[in-house]
Design a protein around this ligand. Sequence first.
Ligand SMILES: Nc1ncnc2c1ncn2[C@@H]1O[C@H](COP(=O)(O)OP(=O)(O)O)[C@@H](O)[C@H]1O
Ligand SMILES: [Mg+2]
Length: 393
Amino acid sequence: PSGWRKLRNIVQWTPFFQTYKKQRYPWVQLAGHQGNFKAGPDQGTVLKKLCPKEEKCFKVLMKDVLRPYVPEYKGQVNSEDGESTYIQLQDLLSDFYQPCVMDCKIGVRTYLEEELSKAKEKPKLRKDMYEKMIQIDQNAPTEEEHRAKGVTKPRYMVWRETISSTSTLGFRIEGIKKSDGTSSKDFKTTKSRDQICEAFREFTDGFPHAMPKYIQRLKAIRATLEYSEFFKSHEVIGSSLLFVHDRHKASVWLIDFAKTVALPETVAITHDSKWKVGNHEDGYLIGINNLIDIFSEVHDRQTVQTLTERIPRLSLPDDSNGIDEDLERLGRCNLNDEISPTTLPTVSGRCGDKINCVNNNNNYDCKPDDQKLVGSNTSDSTGLRDFVGSNSA
Ligand SMILES: Nc1ncnc2c1ncn2[C@@H]1O[C@H](COP(=O)(O)OP(=O)(O)O)[C@@H](O)[C@H]1O
Ligand SMILES: [Mg+2]
């Protein structure tokens, strides 16, 4: 990015100050429209401008198995001047001290089917959208579009999802605020898996406890989605996962249902099949699965790094077997006091994984945790009961 853009992104923007347990802190809004939020009348709450569609979702969610994973909805509040109406929500930041926050928008597209078909009604050539396109990628327009110096809105909408990881990974980073107070929304073209890995690594840098907690919570969310009537009956578009951690805690919540709509009664979706115009698939599970996979990869890499850093102290002078042997010994003997036993065997679902399979040469038990819990027998929900979440961190 240009120097100016960098500067703009470092500048702190604080919509308001929040007070909780007598602590005053600047509230963080990472994405969305400025002016949509203000401090709530009750401690530990925020007000978001009323969007009737979103309120409807929150009302359903308060009775759904997903309730522990969304902010508590506490009804409507009118502004003092009576001009606007807000919904009062649990402030997810209030239990954290100087939190690091990340907003990831989930799904393979961020517009509704109806927005696309509306854009297709009168597809005029748009110069402004052409300009935006070439600002990001000079080669994105076709020869014809270059000649016309314009692109249509539906063409622009579909293209825009391909510059980030939205269309390929089913999620994109919207914004990150780190513990030093700096924040960035400069992720519009963060697309490759490597770029995302690096961003996640940086986000959790210095907070080694956060990564395994995030992975566990994401897996709990994935397991719960399977049982959710809300999830079964809705097309979840433009919704985010909000990641929050500080030195002691870490958690994830589903937020932003302003564009989430009930599916037509005759339509059922899998949330993990490819979207084609008209099939209503949102790719929500594609995003969740990739998030779990990428977080696990970053965590595994860090675990291996920590282990190898400790090896010199454990190696015998005549040991010529190298790293693999040392790693195996570490895993078997549990000599390691920094890495708790729980973080070792559960970090990943991939069986080619040295760490994960250290005690398991047959690889027969290298399954993601939630598969073990939920299993194939969906009529049995005992697994889910063990997994019941909470909406506190
Ligand atoms: N309940 C909440 N607690 C804490 N922060 C929140 C909460 N809801 C939203 N935010 C913050 O506000 C930002 C925008 O919220 P969102 O609901 O996505 O608004 P919009 O509909 O304008 O996109 C999020 O990225 C997050 O930083
Ligand atoms: Mg949003």
